[in-house]
Write a protein that binds this ligand. Structure first.
Ligand code: TEU
Length: 594
């Protein structure tokens, strides 16, 4: 019953081709400078995307095999989570060689092949770059921890600690302060050989680099050049607000309470977002700008306010990251729920608070419970997933998609502690079950292992719901979540108003329906989304946004009753439905629009 209006509306407008695999090939890639503005960037967790050699883990050849699918979906770039040689304590975020590929994922030649093959599909490749820390097995750290006089010693953050007793004491010394690891326990680890503690923001196998040492900068910049020279389109900078620590190693202020690991919750004022980091961001920006082709820097930036985020762009100077992630829209905290007013507030904050920079919106990644399980209500989940796609893909922003989001994959956390793979889930069980649940294998088919692997022993179990939630089944169903995402992406590629047009909120007092106008009078597009579980009938007042009412034409909707809507009056949106329409005719702009 759902979505029956979709194809009719599409066919009537001729905007989209609905004949399955033909669509993306027929839609030329958007050629605009810079390419990343309004792009769709698709995150791939390489262990979980496609296994090509039957070892139960995904790999680079597997990604290569699925490029046709990604082109059909319409993505502009893929961001591949770390595939470098690594002991895999943090599944690749503990890197022991920045200039290679872990044999589990393939070889450097496979990566070069993947970059070239992706180009044939008009898809760029973005790598994850972990600047904050290395693996404790990296030759730099092995040297650094061997002796205080080793030339690499100062490449990491060391402290003699202070005299004391207790469980963290070694030879009568305890860590210098109260800092805790984000992954549990003290952030300081004792090394007997040097009689010192080193600092680690994450696992103890991930010692933090000392960014105050110019040699560290030079070494990491050289690593980035290594990959830029091989044609990568840019980097996603991991945990980048954590790069610097207070040189005086002062205590952080406890905010009260403890986290899932039983550690005190601290204000992170001495270990996160220190001013020094922005100097490095400007240097990094100059580095990528010295390459042709609009190489891009994406930041993993969990920041509380839009003013904080704006600093990561370089504010009015626009000289730091092009795309620090705006986590405020998609990750509200522990209590995500659909709230038209909250979405409106956060979208408008990004519209007006970033000195005109492009927001980067994101609802899903490999570290968080999937959005469908945070925003879903268990009854309308497919519609809610489509609504999140509508917000992501019709706002004025670059969009990050996480593999499986487009088909409505759910989080499948381990049932028992003994099944957990992610170390934070073992340590934090049962309060923190770790991140396995959002890293399960991509669901390609209803068949064995969901088409992910020929090996029945996949690194994480394939969720049983792959029988219905999978690419093959959904591709064949015109009303599927997958086709909804694909149509949204194609629409956004085809309509300059959706890519570049300004955004004006409509009826900002409506508590249930989020509606806005993209573009200007003449070619404007109106989007209305019912964020509630009850059907809502609304009239959209575009005159208040400075545009005179004109006839409209439906471009895309999952509200069957709205496929023939011709005006903005008395629109009935079923629960969580989206309606997207073009303003027709020869509208006059009212005075306030000029
Ligand atoms: O995550 C950094 C980060 O902020 C995480 O602590 C995040 O808040 C947490 O995983 C939520 O559960 C990045 C990577 O995305 C993550 O996968 C890595 O484990 C981490 O850095 C260390 O490299």
């Amino acid at each position: 019953m759902r979505l029956t209006g979709l194809l009719v509306a599409l066919a009537a407008t001729g905007v989209l081709i609905t004949g399955g695999a033909r669509a993306a090939a027929a839609t030329p890639p958007a050629h605009r400078a810079p390419w990343w503005r309004g792009a769709v960037i698709y995150e791939i967790y390489p262990r979980s995307f496609q296994d090509s050699n039957g070892d139960g883990r995904g790999d680079l050849r597997g990604i290569e095999r699925r490029l046709g699918y990604l082109q059909w979906l319409g993505v502009d770039a893929i961001w591949i989570a770390p595939m470098y040689p690594s002991p895999q304590v943090d599944f690749g975020y503990d890197i022991s060689n920045y200039e290679g590929v872990d044999p589990r994922f393939g070889s450097l030649a496979d990566m070069e092949r993947l970059i070239a093959a992706a180009k044939q599909h008009h898809i760029r490749v973005i790598l994850d770059m972990v600047l904050n820390h290395t693996s404790d097995r990296h030759p730099w750290f092995i040297a650094a921890s061997s002796s205080r006089s080793d030339p690499k010693h100062d490449w990491y953050v060391w402290s003699d600690g202070k005299p004391g007793r207790g469980p963290n004491a070694h030879d009568g010394r305890v860590p210098p302060n109260n800092w805790v690891s984000l992954f549990g326990g003290s952030a300081w680890q004792w090394v007997p050989a040097v009689h010192q503690f080193y600092y680690h923001a994450f696992y103890r196998q991930q010692p933090d680099l000392n960014w105050r040492n110019p040699q560290v900068r030079r070494a990491m910049f050289a690593v980035m050049r290594f990959w830029l020279d091989r044609g990568v389109a840019g980097f996603r900078l991991d945990a980048v607000p954590q790069l610097f620590e207070d040189p005086k190693l002062r205590d952080e202020r406890p905010l009260g309470g403890v986290n899932a690991f039983g550690d005190p919750i601290l204000d992170q004022s001495r270990t996160g977002d220190l001013p020094e980091v922005h100097v490095v961001m400007r240097e990094l920006r100059r580095l990528v700008d010295s390459y042709p082709g609009d190489r891009v820097l994406i930041g993993e930036t969990y920041l509380p306010t839009i003013q904080d985020l704006d600093r990561w762009y370089g504010g009015a100077r626009h000289d730091e990251l092009q795309l620090p992630m705006d986590m405020r829209l998609g990750f509200h905290g522990d209590h995500d729920h659909l709230d038209a007013a909250a979405f409106r507030r956060r979208i408008m904050a990004a519209e007006s608070g970033l000195h005109g920079s492009e927001p980067l919106f994101v609802f899903d990644n490999h570290d968080n419970v999937r959005s469908i399980d945070r925003y879903g209500d268990g009854r309308h989940d497919p519609m809610i997933n489509e609504l999140l796609g509508s917000v992501l893909l019709t706002t004025r922003a670059t969009a990050l998609l996480y593999y499986g989001e487009e088909i409505g994959m759910h989080t499948t956390p381990p049932a028992r502690r003994s099944q957990v793979r992610d170390p934070i889930g073992i340590r934090g069980w049962p309060k923190e079950k770790g991140r396995d649940g959002e890293r399960t294998p991509m669901q390609w088919t209803p068949g064995p292992q969901a088409g992910f692997s020929t090996n029945p022993r996949t690194w994480l179990p394939v969720p049983a719901n792959h029988a219905t939630i999978n690419v093959q089944t959904e591709r064949a169903d015109p009303g599927s979540q997958l086709n909804w995402y694909r149509h949204l992406i194609a629409l956004r590629r085809g309509e300059s108003a959706l890519r570049d047009g300004r955004l004006r909120m409509l009826d900002p007092g409506d508590p249930n329906v989020l509606a806005y106008l993209r573009g200007d009078a003449g070619g404007g597009i109106v989007i209305a989304m019912n964020c509630s579980a009850v059907a809502r009938t609304v009239s959209l007042h575009i005159a208040a946004a400075g545009v005179q009412p004109v006839p409209v034409e439906t471009l895309l909707t999952n509200a069957p009753g709205l496929r023939d809507a011709r005006s903005l009056r008395n629109l009935t949106l079923p629960p969580y439905a989206t309606w997207i329409a073009r303003l027709r005719g020869r509208p006059r702009s009212s005075a306030s629009a000029n």
